[in-house]
Every structure is written in C-alpha cells, then in structure tokens.
Design a protein. Structure first.
Length: 578
C-alpha cells in the first residue's frame, strides 16, 4: 500500500483520456444529485479536503478475469490500453463529478425518479460574499413522482432566494439568477483558457472596477485543476480480487456511503463475475415496463428467493451455482409480481408503493406458490396488500424484520395475522386518515382508488395516471382550498397539507386554477364541465364547505368520502369471481 499524488487535472485525464483509472464491477453507478455536485465544487474552490481515493493496481495475470464498468460520462476515451490500469474502489462519485464539471462536457445527475437523469449546469457567483452560508441537509428519501403545484410554493421560495443570492455556486435553472451577468457557467468557463477573454465574451468591460476581483476569483477556480493536495490517494498492490472486495466492503461499511445492497453486490460480483450487467439489463427490462426499480431491490429479491429471508448477511455463503439458478427464478418472479401489481391491483408505478419491499415479498410469494393461486387466496392476498401498503407495513420500525416475517408466511391468512399484530385492526376507517400527509401510504392508495373510481382531470377529461408523459399532463397534487389562504386564516401546516385537502389533476389544470378561492373556481368548473367530475375525487359539492371558516368541516366531509372510495376499491379487487 502506498500514497501517491496527482493533481485534479491529472486525475481527470487518467479517467477521460488515458482510461488508466477504471471502475470494478462491484461499484454502483453514479448517484449524486445536483446539490451534491454544487457543494462539492464549492469545497474544491475553498481548498477544503474532500476525502481519500482508494485505488487497486491488479497484477497483469489477473486482468483478463476482472470485469470493469464504465464511468457515467459522455466522453469517448482516446486510449483503451488494457495492460495497465488502476481500479477505483472508493471515491467514484467525487471523481466522476470532477470529470463532469471540469471538462466542459454536459453534467447529468440523478433526479430521484428511479433511473432518470437530467442535464444541469453549475453557475458561479463572481460577486459571492467572502463568508460562508449555512448548508441545508437534503432529504434523499423523498420519492418525486407527484409534485406540488407551482402556486403552492410560497412558504419556501423566499428563504431559497435569500440563500441563493449569497451562494458561491448554484445549480442553474432559477430565472432570478441565470440571466444575471455576475453568475457564470462552470461548463463554459472550463472550456475557456483565459480569464479576461472569458469575461469580455460574457459582457464585462476590462475597465470595470470589479475586473481585478473577478479575475482573482476565476484564477482560484481555475487553479482547482492544479491542486495536488485535495485528495489523499491510496494505492493498493499485490492483492487478490477477493481481498480487494473484502476491503471495499469494510471501507464502505464503516460509514454510510453505501447501502447494504451495494455491499452485498460487491460480494456477489466477487464470486459471480458479470452479475452486475445481468442485474442492470433486467433493471432496463423493468424500466421499459414502467417500473423504475433499483438494482438493490432486484438483489434483495434474489437473496430472498434463494435463502427465504431478506437480510444480506447470508450473501457470502451462497454458492455460484445457487446464484445462477436463483437468478432465473428471480427474473420470473419479479416480472410476475410487477405484472400482478399492475393488472390485478391497478398499481403501475413504484411511487404507488409505500415501500419497494412489496416487490420482494410478492415475488417471493408467487415463486414459492409455483404461480398457482386459488380464488379465495387471491381475494385475501389483494386485501392484505391494500391494507399493508396503506398502513406502511415496511415503512416503519424494523422493515427488514417485518419483511422476513412475511417471507415465512405460507398463505394470506398468515400475512393478515402479521399485519393485525402490527396495527391492531384489518380495516381502513375515518380515524386512519386523520392528519395524514402526502408521504403516507394512504395517500398512494387514495390515488389508485380514485383512478379506479374514474377520476379525471377537471379540464382535459383525461383519466388521472402517474405515467402521463407530456409535461402539461403530468399529475400534480393540488390543494383544493388554497394553502396560502389557509395559512393567512391561521390554520396550522399539518391541517393545510392534510391529504383530505388534496386532489390529483394535471399540471396544466393546476396552473389554470392557481391559488383561486374554491368558492370561485369550483362553481366556474361546474358551470362549464358539470359537477359529476368531482364525485370520483370525493370533493364535497356543498358550497358552504368551500368557505375558509368551514375548512375543518370540509376535511371531515371529504375524509369520510375518501374512506368510502378506498374501501370500494379494496372490495372491487377482493371479490371472488364466479
């Protein structure tokens, strides 16, 4: 083991030009989001240390047996020499971000919506203050499939604007800043070679009193490329692939950088070369069917089908033969489970699950049953799913423990018994919906139930569907009684955002309604389109309930209607066919 020095510019060239740094198969893909990239370049600009890079130089005799994967870069390397390279074990997200940022190529980041990515640019504030601003801690656990309306953002926008104007770097996309001359594109800057020429090309006069300050700051930014001290680079030698895998698992187990599925994947690929490509190919198959499920859920399904439990601690004991046989069973089982969710339960998007563990449980159950389900069993299984998904069976406490308990169940009666022990009842009643937010499983079930009841967009008459593709038809959740008016009337945040105040409509319709009073827009919609469209949404038609002073009565009335719509849905998929 030795420590080596490379400047950032050298590291970028080693990845993008020489291809002398590569990724072992055990590495996950690029998962950083835009704000992580923004804060990373900010740290580099300030000269802060950003951790270590751990690399392994395999011996030449091992090269032909090593599976590698590409960096997530849209750059074609000039050199594909296979004879001598380093494998990056720790630091992939940081090094990939560097290559994206500093080569002038487009930067694609994860959006939080399954495998989807978006292109971003990071912009630099030439007039940034000298001090620091407080950094927010992002919540990466929110599934972004249904979004709030544009007119419902007033509580957060002011604070965001105050933060942004004092930032040194920001993700481009805010019209308040993108058009301002003092915010310059990082991508464009690193394509240039001279600071003053770049400033002139961006509209600055060289006699501007701020030019000296701007030139100094751009020089600091450009010098990021020359920095040799930002990374502590450790090179491992004379180790086997199995030893390196063990180091990879230990290094990443010490912190929170990788999930259990990532670590399990490393152990699997050490034993089963080429496995990751199989998993990612199947992930693409699922994605093409509309299901953006993670490789982690696929791997957990594989482990569950082989071992009848879901914890990854058994991975190292599974033989290659069992992995290969279990993989064929897993593909069949997961495909069947996704089709069953869509065709039998009308759940056709991962967002509609309160936990992706339902895919694991159903895949294991159908595989165990040999895909032979009796009518009575189907009725009870469907009822169990709706109750478990609504109540958040795998979304609280020891979710792995709950999943393992259900994996042992021989029939739906045992699944229902497990659920009853956890929640005390096997029904959905008025009190279950009280105070629920949009992160609740009841909200997801409410969407499916309303779609089944025939809920349509108020204006386009298009049936609500998570999978609408055009931006104007994307489903958003709309505050029936506008949130800003409720705030001014003194209603607390949890009441304003209660799911009983939410309706599912298209972005186009949401923008049309904006924050108009319910007493204004609902009568106008009724006059034009009729009142029947509100029934599948469970929206009360008594005009007095649309008044702000009667908001609590509005919530009570709609909550009762939502419970009926959900129970009608549960009844419809739990009938025994004659």
């Amino acid at each position: 083991m030795g420590r080596i020095k490379h400047s950032i510019n050298e590291l970028v060239k080693m990845v993008t030009v020489e291809q002398s740094i590569r990724l072992p198969e055990m590495q996950r893909g690029y998962v950083w989001k835009a704000t992580k990239v923004r804060d990373f370049i900010d740290s580099l600009y300030r000269g802060y240390p950003v951790g270590s890079l751990l690399m392994w130089r395999p011996e030449s005799k091992d090269l032909e047996n090593i599976q590698t994967r590409d960096f997530d870069l849209n750059i074609k390397p000039d050199n594909t020499d296979q004879s001598n390279y380093l494998l990056l074990l720790d630091g992939q997200q940081r090094l990939t971000s560097l290559c994206k940022l500093l080569t002038g190529h487009k930067v694609e980041v994860k959006t939080g919506k399954g495998k989807k990515t978006k292109e971003i640019d990071i912009i630099f504030n030439l007039d940034h203050p000298e001090g620091l601003i407080e950094q927010e801690i992002p919540d990466d656990n929110v599934i972004e499939a249904v979004t709030e309306a544009d007119d419902d953002q007033e509580e957060d926008d002011d604070d965001e604007v105050k933060d942004n104007k004092d930032r040194t770097f920001m993700v481009a996309g805010d019209p308040n800043y993108d058009s301002q001359k003092n915010w310059i594109s990082i991508k464009d800057f690193f394509k240039s070679e001279d600071n003053l020429t770049f400033l002139e090309e961006n509209g600055f006069k060289l006699d501007d009193p701020n030019i000296k300050k701007y030139n100094t700051r751009l020089t600091t930014l450009r010098n990021v490329l020359k920095n040799e001290d930002v990374f502590d680079i450790v090179e491992l030698k004379d180790l086997s692939y199995e030893e390196v895998t063990e180091i990879f698992v230990r290094v990443n187990s010490a912190g929170t950088k990788l999930s259990g599925s990532d670590l399990a994947l490393a152990q699997i690929t050490a034993k089963w070369r080429g496995a990751l490509k199989l998993f990612e190919a199947f992930q693409d198959v699922c994605d093409n069917k509309g299901w953006s499920i993670s490789v982690g859920i696929i791997v957990r399904s594989l482990v569950a089908i082989i071992t009848n439990q879901s914890k990854f601690k058994t991975v190292s004991k599974i033989s290659l033969q069992d992995f290969e046989k279990g993989w064929e069973d897993t593909k069949r089982a997961v495909t069947f489970a996704l089709d069953y969710l869509k065709d039998n339960l009308h759940v056709d998007n991962i967002w509609l699950l309160s936990s992706p563990y339902f895919v694991v449980q159903l895949a294991h159950y159908f595989n165990k049953k040999g895909y032979e389900i009796l009518p009575e069993e189907e009725r009870k299984l469907n009822r169990w799913f709706i109750l478990a998904n609504s109540k958040g069976r795998y979304s609280r406490g020891s979710s792995e423990g709950m999943l393992d308990q259900d994996l042992k169940a021989a029939n739906p009666d045992e699944l229902l018994s497990n659920l009853q022990k956890q929640f005390g009842k096997l029904s959905i009643d008025y009190e279950d919906l009280e105070g629920r937010s949009t992160t609740s499983g009841y909200f997801k079930t409410m969407f499916v139930a309303m779609k089944m009841a025939g809920a349509k967009d108020f204006i386009s008459r298009q049936v609500i569907d998570i999978n609408h593709t055009h931006i104007k038809d994307k489903i958003e959740f709309h505050h029936i009684i506008p949130k800003d008016l409720l705030q001014k009337a003194g209603y607390p945040k949890d009441e304003r955002n209660d799911i009983a105040n939410m309706a599912f409509i298209s972005k186009r319709t949401n923008l049309f309604i904006s924050n108009k009073r319910a007493t204004e827009y609902i009568p106008n919609l009724i006059d034009t389109y009729g009142s029947s469209m509100f029934e599948p949404h469970g929206i009360p038609l008594q005009p007095e309930l649309w008044e702000l002073e009667n908001y609590k009565n509005f919530l009570h009335n709609r909550r009762e209607t939502i419970v009926k719509i959900i129970n009608d849905y549960m009844e419809s998929v739990s009938k025994i066919e004659a």
